[in-house]
Design a protein around this ligand. Structure first.
Ligand code: TTP
Ligand code: MG
Ligand code: MG
Length: 481
């Protein structure tokens, strides 16, 4: 098998069968297609053969088509072996920045280098009401993580301080800074690859199938990591795998600054011991439902047939069945660097005071538009308002305008129209107090897309997490599950 060339394999059976060999075939394990054809079309025989078997002579089905002088129906036969069109292997990369917001802050403020940093709401000496957006790795050692109430983060920091460890540095988010950094990181990746899907403010998928091998893909991933470190002074973790599912989980496997390669044949074994929560799409609700069935790791999930899972989870059950086996056909969908830009605010006290709320909505609309320009966009089409009630019920309402606009008035008016029903029975029948409001704009456009419609981000689906939107820390799970 080691030295399998057309001549050596065919020479062995030529004297016996007599036909003329036309072309070669690929080395390796892949099945190939042998076409046995004579000048007479009826003599055509198509069959799949394995290169291994070819070394031992003509497959019996070919032999059956020929007489012992290598003829078919009296016609001298020519054999042409053509490589079967084998689907090139998919190699997908997922890149995710490490402790993104906190890492950007640490870079911008060298006086805090090495200290535990939390980006999020104001802790107000322990009485703050928002949540942690993210914590850097030293702060994670204290048990602080995204979505933890900021008051608890404060208590954990205080506890650490009493043990003689450094107290946490609490910082408010600077979304404009993160959006700009995110754009530059994408530009770095674009220098190494062309098919890129932005999947969040700090993450993207890259299709590296064209490299042809995991070794080549690994080199590209290393080069991307090196460039990001040199140009942005930040670390990224990258996962390489046969599909988006495996790449995404792999990128998380050795954070921070990791590079994890999981080839197709190892994908299932790689997943088996992991918690089911690692599978994108499994949030707390699915996890709880699965736990009731004594399923905690991916391996347990494989006990169920596809029919069982569909019965339990509907359509999602089918995807679950596939994912548990490391399978995922979802293509890397090239997206523009499309973003939504938004702000959200948790009030110090839950309120239903219309004047205060309207004032905040207006202010947030203005801030969002200022950030829109800062991020290099010139228009938006969709306005989204998010309301979280005191009991944490969260609702979002949106409106898409007939054409792109950059007017502050438009964002104010639309946000107001979307918000008003939350003050009365239309959206708030029990008159619940409001804990948080958010305003964001989507379907962003750059100058040229407003005039020509070219390079338009308008029609593309928005896959990027809006920093303002996710800053509550709760929404990603609400969206997933
Ligand atoms: P993630 O990539 O999930 O987290 P991370 O980059 O902070 O840390 P990791 O090293 O584990 O990847 O999210 C990217 C940014 O999105 C994060 O820095 C802050 C923001 N974010 C929130 O505001 N709220 C959240 O609940 C989460 C998960 C993220
Ligand atoms: Mg990250
Ligand atoms: Mg991320």
């Amino acid at each position: 098998m080691k030295d399998l060339t057309p001549s050596c394999s065919f020479n062995r059976f030529l004297p016996k069968w007599g036909p003329t060999v036309r072309s070669g075939f690929q080395r390796g394990r892949s099945p190939i297609l042998a076409r046995v054809s004579g000048r007479d079309q009826r003599a055509l025989v198509r069959l799949k053969v394995n290169t291994l078997r070819l070394t031992q002579g003509l497959p019996s089905c070919v032999a059956a088509a020929l007489d012992d002088r290598g003829r078919h129906g009296g016609v001298r036969v020519m054999i042409m072996v053509v490589p079967e069109p084998v689907m090139p292997q998919r190699i997908i990369a997922h890149l995710d920045m490490d402790a993104f917001f906190a890492a950007v802050e640490e870079r911008e403020r060298p006086q805090f280098t090495g200290l535990p940093i939390v980006v999020g709401a104001d802790p107000l000496d322990g009485s703050g009401r928002g949540v942690v957006s993210t914590a850097n790795y030293p702060a994670r050692v204290y048990g602080i993580h995204s979505a933890l109430p900021i008051s608890q983060a404060w208590r954990r920091s205080e506890w650490a301080r009493r043990q003689g460890k450094p107290a946490v540095v609490f910082l408010r988010p600077n979304f404009a800074q993160y959006t700009e950094t995110s754009g530059r990181i994408r530009a770095i990746v674009e220098r190494h690859a062309s098919t890129i899907e932005q999947a969040g403010i700090d993450e993207l998928y890259v299709d590296l199938s064209a490299t042809g091998s995991y070794e080549q893909a690994r080199e590209i991933a290393q080069a991307i990591k090196r460039d990001i470190a040199a140009k942005e002074r930040l670390t990224a973790s990258i996962g390489l795998g046969p599909n988006k599912l495996i790449a995404k989980i792999a990128s998380d496997a050795h954070k921070p600054d990791g590079l994890t390669v999981v080839e197709a044949q190892d994908a299932e074994a790689f997943l088996a011991p992991l918690s089911v929560r690692k599978i994108p799409g499994i949030g707390p609700k699915t996890e709880a439902a699965l736990r009731q069935q004594h399923v905690t790791v991916v391996q347990d999930l494989k006990r169920f047939s596809e029919v069982d899972l569909v019965e339990h989870f509907g359509k999602w059950g089918r995807a679950l069945y596939e994912r548990a086996r490391g399978r995922d056909e979802d293509p890397v969908q090239e997206t523009d660097e499309v973003k939504s830009i938004g702000e959200q605010e948790t009030f110090a006290r839950d309120t239903l005071d219309s004047q205060t709320l309207m004032e905040h909505i207006k202010c947030m609309g203005r801030d969002v538009l200022a950030r829109l320009a800062g991020a290099g966009y010139s228009s938006f089409r969709t306005v989204v308002v998010t309301v979280r009630f005191a009991d944490f019920e969260t609702k979002s309402r949106s409106r898409t305008l007939p054409r792109p606009t950059d007017s502050v008035k438009d964002v104010e008016v639309e946000a107001m129209k979307l918000f008003l029903p939350f003050l009365d029975r239309r959206e708030n029948p029990r008159r619940k107090l409001i804990r948080l409001i958010g305003v964001r704009v989507e379907k962003l456009g750059r100058e040229e897309s407003r005039h020509s419609g070219a390079r338009s981000s308008h029609s593309k689906s928005i896959r990027v997490q809006d920093p303002g939107h996710v800053s509550s820390g709760l929404l990603p799970d609400l969206l997933k599950d």
